[in-house]
Design a binder for this molecule. Structure first.
Ligand code: MN
Length: 409
């Protein structure tokens, strides 16, 4: 049997509050589900965060329910685990992935795996296939997650013919190996009984989507992060500028997998390679961008542009913004940009406030109550050495006078 694995979907998410981006995800989700049907999968598994929120918009719910009905019509079972976005913070609230239970057309076809009910088992050619999964566990519940995984493992090792069995684990967790900052679990916490471990949550991808044929993994377990289907944040843009969603198809008989790519609904464009765009070269870069924008409209959908600029010749944010606006006006959905200037960022690091927001006259007055006029004059002459010398002499004379008068008193 073929099993399709789909990473974080985040139905209902509207990047930067844009309804166009919310629509992009619905559109991509529908195309992914069509593809799962075309691939003749028998089961489709979602790795958590199917919804972006525990109270998703009505549109997100209706899109999901229509897709689930379509899967049911095509005899494709749906397996879900709850991600951190699906799980309501108030325990008495309903988790949106439980909604299929209330719909009689699909309630038998959609299976939620959780700590309470972690294994879906079926038999294929006298071999058992176990699809296991638990909901997202936050770092403070690490112990109960590890316990749940060990319970799953011990329940399976009771089966005879375990060597012939095929075991899959679905997780929605941070794994230390892929994200050292995560305080959740590491690969060594996962019992070694699974052929494949599919992990959602990190939105990263640890496999190449280039090969579109089946791959026989060389070690057990094979940990696969298919990545989120869409781009949701700046860090994802920077880390994996891509224009393709990836899902995985697993063949339970050959125990192989293959990635499948599906074009994103909208193009993402970033001009820089490893380095930021220098403001000294901005005109030629923006010319190149304008040319690329013309070619990047897909089905009437304008591209999303991401620019990181280093203001090396200090032309200033407003001129840079003006140049970008002129080059992209009417041709993009959104320009996401970061403009850096070394001088400003060092000042900001030292003072922790932006120098632009400071009245230097007030600062000098508070630090130098007696000599504030002179010190301000000195500040103004800071780039003119001979002028500064004159001011310093004036300050010295005044200081000498004051000092001698104080001595006499
Ligand atoms: Mn997520």
């Amino acid at each position: 049997m073929k099993i399709a694995i789909v990473g974080d979907v985040h139905l209902g998410k509207a990047q930067k509050g844009l309804s166009e981006r919310e629509g992009d995800i619905y559109d991509l989700f529908l195309r992914i589900c069509e593809r799962v049907i075309d691939e003749k999968a028998g089961i489709v598994c979602f790795l958590g965060d199917l919804f972006d929120s525990s109270h998703p918009p009505v549109k997100a719910i209706s899109v999901a329910m229509n897709v689930f009905e379509n899967f049911a019509k095509n005899n494709i079972k749906v397996i879900l685990i709850a991600g951190n976005h699906d799980i309501p913070s108030i325990k008495t609230r309903m988790c949106p992935i439980e909604l299929p239970k209330t719909n009689k057309n699909i309630n038998k076809n959609v299976i939620e795996l959780s700590e309470q009910n972690p294994v879906f088992k079926f038999n294929e050619n006298n071999n058992d296939v176990h699809i296991c999964g638990v909901e997202y566990h936050p770092p403070e519940k690490r112990q109960s997650l590890v316990k749940a995984l060990n319970n799953i493992a011990s329940s399976m090792s009771l089966d005879a013919n375990s060597g012939k069995n095929f075991n899959i684990l679905l997780l929605h967790q941070g794994l230390k190996e892929f994200s050292p900052a995560e305080e959740e679990i590491s690969q060594s916490d996962i019992p070694n009984v699974f052929d494949f471990v599919f992990v959602g949550h990190l939105h990263l991808r640890n496999i190449s989507l280039k090969l579109e044929h089946y791959i026989k993994p060389n070690k057990k377990p094979t940990v696969i992060l298919p990545g989120s289907i869409e781009i949701g944040s700046v860090s994802e843009v920077v880390k994996q500028m891509h224009n393709e969603a990836g899902i995985i198809i697993v063949d339970t008989e050959s125990k192989e997998y293959k990635p499948i790519t599906i074009q994103l609904s909208r193009k993402f464009i970033s001009l820089q390679g490893k380095d930021r765009i220098l403001s000294s070269a901005i005109d030629s870069k923006l010319k190149k961008l304008t040319d690329e924008l013309e070619k990047s409209v897909v089905d009437g959908k304008l591209p999303w542009v991401y620019l990181e600029i280093e203001d090396d010749i200090k032309i200033g944010n407003s001129l840079i913004n003006e140049k970008i606006a002129r080059a992209t006006d009417g041709k993009v959905l959104f320009v996401q940009k970061e403009i850096n200037s070394k001088e400003i960022s060092e000042t900001e690091r030292n003072t922790e406030i932006s120098f632009k927001d400071v009245n230097i006259r007030d600062v000098i007055r508070s630090y130098f109550p007696k000599y504030n006029d002179e010190v301000y004059e000195l500040y103004e002459k800071r780039k003119d050495i001979s002028g500064a010398k004159e001011v310093m002499n004036k300050i010295y004379e005044k200081f000498k006078d004051n000092y001698q008068r104080q001595k006499i008193i």
